[in-house]
Each structure stands twice: as structure tokens, then as C-alpha cells.
Design a protein around this ligand. Sequence first.
Ligand code: GLN
Ligand code: ZN
Length: 778
Amino acid sequence: MRNIIGVEMDGDGIETAVLGFPRIGPDRELKTALESFWRGDATAAELEGVATALRRDQRDAAVAAGVDVLPSNDFSLYDHVLDAALLVDAVPERFAEDFEPGSLELMFAMARGGGEVAPLEMTKWFDTNYHYLVPEIGPRTGFAPRLAKPLAELADAPGSRPVLLGPVSFLSLAKGAAPGVRPLERLEPLLDAYQGVLEGLARAGATEVQIDEPCLAGDVDVDLLALIERSWDRLAGARSDLELALVTYFGGLGDALERVLRLPAAEFHLDLVRAPEQLGPALAAVGDEARLSLGVIDGRNVWRSDLDAIVRQVEPALARLGAGRVRLAPSCSLLHVPYSLERESRLDPELRSWLAFATEKLDELARLRAALAADGSEREALLAPSRRALEGRRRSARVTDPQTAARLAELPAPDRCDRAPASERARIQASRCELPALPTTTIGSLPQTAAIRDARRRLLTGELDRAGYERFLEAEIDAAILRQEQLGLDVLVHGEPERNDMVQYFAERLRGFAATEAGWVQSYGSRCVRPPILFGDVSRPEPISVRWWRYAQGLTERPVKAILTGPTTMMQWSFLRDDLPAEAIGAQLALAIGDEALDLERIGAAMIQIDEAAFREGLPLRRSERAGYLRRAVDNFRQTTARLGPATQVHLHMCYSEFGELAEEIARMDADVLSIEASRSGMDLLEPFAGYPNRIGPGVYDIHSPRIPSVREIEELLERAEGTIPRERLWVNPDCGLKTRRWEEVLPALENLVVAAHRRREAEPGGPAATRGRTSAG
Ligand code: GLN
Ligand code: ZN
């Protein structure tokens, strides 16, 4: 039999495996199906039909590519961690009453809320941009196997390897739903349920099960390791006829490697892209029977592999273990990369030849296996295309821009980035723009209405020409400025109507980035993002936001704050080139974004806000790697702002709470005004900023909720804030941008925010809210 690359496949030899596929659909079919089901326009059977077809197409493609070990139960209608909770029946009590066990309604209520019942919380899946639903373990949570989903997927795909989220990772990702409940203490009853799951899978014909324990790529202490050992003792004993693969990814096992390799697993999967150094020690430590699954194709990035290098990397494993005990696989599930290059008709052909999305990674796997089985000229022929592509990429003028290299000399070194002393800047800035105490502002975006999305669409289809589109944007800005003036905000914004997304917008206008047409990657549930690809040296061919800021400032006497996206956030939400260290990429971005800031300063912008929304989420999984990341991220921010004069007020915005441990690093960024999310924590998270030397705007309006905060609530939040930060240093703003909210919510909320700030100005500093005890005006 020949596989799709036309290579003869023989029966024995090295096998290839895939740990998980993307699931949203090449054309986001699952998104469409989910949304019409939620609207009531499609039946459950129709939704399931779409899902079944997606799984079948995916499987057919993998079989055609010659993949030997195919996953099942890796698919999810919403989220695989939610599925894992449902698999063991870990359903919080608040859902039990209204929803049928095992029903779609229950699953979607847990995901999105149902009636009065709040959904599970959502947070990021390790260091990816995928978000999972946080399982809740309460005092009475019990576990029982519920096998319908994995059994149905196994029946659809006989011979596949069901994927389970491992019990220890599951509990590590869960939260205690009541004081004193520590999820990891529930391992024993959970293992009972997992044993039941394995039993059921074996009875249904599974011969292998993949157990993912990605928590092993984080900080693994002896306690966690003991729990892993305990779980494997029990799981491996469940069925002697079932082979279990222990799968780790997103990093190496570090010091835990040897103990992990002694576990009674039939196979160990190692991420050799993030942690190639663990292969040598693993070969020395692995027992006499277990297989190693070598994660050699990058499941987290979009670059074509260096197959020559992988061949060299894998050969010692083959020599030591023999082909029968080695499997080749992507480093992790392919969930985190787009489907296929086939859908990219507009990508520059040269750049395209350097890329591999999920489908192309399957071909690489096939080619790699074939090359390892061949030798001499046959092997050469198999490796040649990848070698040519890589050489082309290394030499391409598209990648290396000598001008960027030369201009980097203008960027101050990280230790030469001090601006004038903060107190001096504060004085100069105060006399430049006279602002009241507790100045009010917003974070940048205003509601992205259907009209805005429609204009953007018409521009793309050609129904609207560039000039017409720009006139449309100007009218949006006219309205935005007028509304903000009427609300009485002190510092205005232009509203960001020209930005589809804070990263994509700038990426599309910077050299060195490419955008895809259909490179969708699931973010959560039905939501997807299309991360730009950073492939070469960065530069800014022409000013980006300047035109819109100038237009907005021309409409008003009040200061309009300009808004830019910071280097770390640009990096965090893009696919990054793998041929340059993060420091160098960050410096190039600092130069380009700093150029934009300088232009804004030159035409009179008194305030420039740099958004670093992804600052916190970029923190590496292992503590030991965090200091390096933070140094880089802080340095790059300082490099972005270092060239600005003391009269330019630099604002820094970050979202998501719990900055506690980072307060020192954030202070080192030395922004004149820091705005952070705070409303949901009731200002508790201001505590670590008590000593923050500059000004700070803790969010007083939770923009993630449609709820409109009352004047009274906002006043009380401000009063609490004054308990930590003196009034002279406080600003008043929402938690984040308003683009996902509707004007009907935003107008009354901002009105209340302004009224609350006014009232607070009249109250005794640090004293109780002026309206305390009265009924709310909001
Ligand atoms: N300026 C952006 C906005 O207001 C910031 C978004 C963010 O921090 N996530 O939308
Ligand atoms: Zn934000």
C-alpha cells in the first residue's frame, strides 16, 4: 500500500501516532453548528451529525497519511476538560436539579450558564491560548464513570486509542468549590471512577488508552509525583489486557524524568520539541519493555520541521530500543495549530513553503518514518524537500532585514531605558494637562457594533472602497468623541473602530508578520482566533494609528489618549519565528511600536497607552523559568517607551487579576499610569500595589458582565481603593476595553462611573462614600 506521499508503507517498523486533532472544523463548521444549536435553529441530532462528520474526515485524512495510532475521545463539542469532568460525573450541585445527567443541556449549562445558574470559570490551558472550564470539586462531589462519549467515539473509530485527561492533571486543574476542599485530596475516589472508565473501554474493544498528564511539565514536587505514582499503580492494575500510554507535553519532565519512566506504563510520550535534552536521559532510564513516543514535530508552532535534524535526533533511540519500541508523534495535540495550508490562497508562496499546519504535519510524520526506514539515495530524496525549504528560509531576504538590524542601534539597551524621574514627569504632565482628582477614562475600545463589523466586511468584499471605509470610521469617531464629552469623561479615546483585534491590527501593518485567511485556532468553545505568523525581522513601513488619533484629537479640547499594543502581547498572541531568541524578537517589536509612539508624541499626543494584556499569561509553567521571561517582558516595555519625553504620559494597561507576585516587575516598567482589572476582586488585588510609586487606575466596572454597576457600588470601590492608594494617585476606569459590550450597557455604566468619581471628589479623602446609606442613584 502506498500512502499519500506515494511512499511504500511496510507492516513492521516504526509507528506514528497523533495525540489529538483540531476539532473546530477547517471552515469552523463546529462553530456554526454550535451557534445554530444554541439559537434553537438546529437539533441535537444535526449538531451531532456535524461533529461525527468532522471526526470522520479528520480520521480519513490521518489514515491516508499513514498514521498508525489514531486518537479518539480527543474531540469535544466544547472543551475537553469539561468532558473529563462529565466523564467522571463531577457535576456541581447547582446544575444537578435542572439538568438531565448526560444531556447536551447539562454540558452547555456548565459551559455557558443556564438560566440563573452560573457557568464554570474559564482559564488558560497551561501556556497556550486555549481556555478550559475549571472543574469544581465540592465537599460532596462524588465520582462515577459515564462512558457514553468515549464509547461512541470508539465505536465510530474502531482500533483508535481513546484519550483521557489523567486524574492528577484533572485534579490539579480543578478548584475547590468550598473552603477547605483541596481537589488533589480526592484522588482515591477519582481513581475508582477511572478504573471503571478503563474497564468499560477495554470491554468495548480498546487495546490502548492515552492518559495525558501535562501537569508533569510544570513544577513537580515530591507530593505531586507521589500522586502520579499512586494513580499509575491503580490504573495499570485495572486491566491487564489494556496498554496505557503516559503522555506528557508542553515541556520536559526535568528532575522527575527517571521516576516517571519507572511507572508501569506501556508507553511514555515525551515532548522533544520543547525539551530535546530529555531524550538521552530517557533512553538511559527507560525499562526493558516500554515504548517511547517521541514528540518530534512541533504541535505548538507552524514551521516546517527540520527533518534531517529529527532523523539525527531519533537514530540513537532506534539503535537503543529497536523500531518496535519507538513511535513518532507531534509534540502535543494538534489542537493548537490551524488545519491546513490548502486553505491559504493569498499567502506568499515563498513563506508558504516554510510552513506546516496540522495536515502538513501528518505528511511530515509519514515522510520521517519513511526516511528512517530507507537509506542512501532513497532517504535523501525523502528529506530533500524539507531541506530545500529550510535553506530557502534561512537565506531569504524576506526573513532578514539589514535595515532592522541597523536601526536597532537606536533602541536604548535595557539598562539605559530610564526616563526622567517619575515625580518630575508627574509635575510636567500635570501642568501640561490639567486634570481633576480621580480623572476618568476608558481603556480604548468602545462597542464594536454590527455596523462596524459590516463596514469591515464590505471593505473586504469590495462593496465599500477604502475612502468610503475611512469616512465610515471618521463618523464612528465623531460619534464616540461626542458621547464621551456628553458623559463628562476627562480623558477620551478614539474608540478603536478600525481594529478587528488588538494584535492582528498591528501585525497586518508591520513588516515581518503575515496574516492567514483561514488559520483558525480554537480559543474556547465556539470561539477561534487567527494568530498572525511572525516570520521575519520586524519594521514599521509607515505610521499606523497616527491618522486616527490626530482625527480624534481634532474634534475635542479634552486630551485623547492614544492606544498601542505592547511587544509581549504581540508575541504572546502570534506564532513566533523559531530562529531568533525571544529577546531579539521583543527588541524589534519595541523598536517598531516605539517608533509609532514617537510619531504620536511628535504630533502632540500627551498620553499614550500601551496594552500588555498578555503579560501575565506568558509566564512560563516552571517557576525557574519565570525570572527570565519577566526580565525580557519588562525590558521590552521599557525599551518601547524609553525614547519618549517626560511630558508624554505613558499608560500601561493589563487585564486579568492576581498581579500580586508581579507587582515589583510591574513597578519596574515605570508607566506613569497603570490601569488594571480589579472590580471583581473588590479592590483586594490592589494590596500588593500599596507601595506603587506612580498613578494607578484599578478597574471599577466589570466589562465581562452585562451588568451595569451602580453609582454607589463604584463609589464604594473607589473608597476601598483610597484605603490602599492615596487619592492623588488614583484614576477611575473600567477593567478593560468595551468592545464586546453594547452601547445600551456602556452608556449607563460610564455615566455611573463619572457620577461616582464626581461624588467621590467631594468626599473626605479616605473617608466613607458620600452616598453611604442613601439609595443608589444608578
Ligand atoms: N485597548 C484594548 C481595548 O480597549 C485593550 C484590550 C485588552 O486589554 N484585552 O480593547
Ligand atoms: Zn484589558
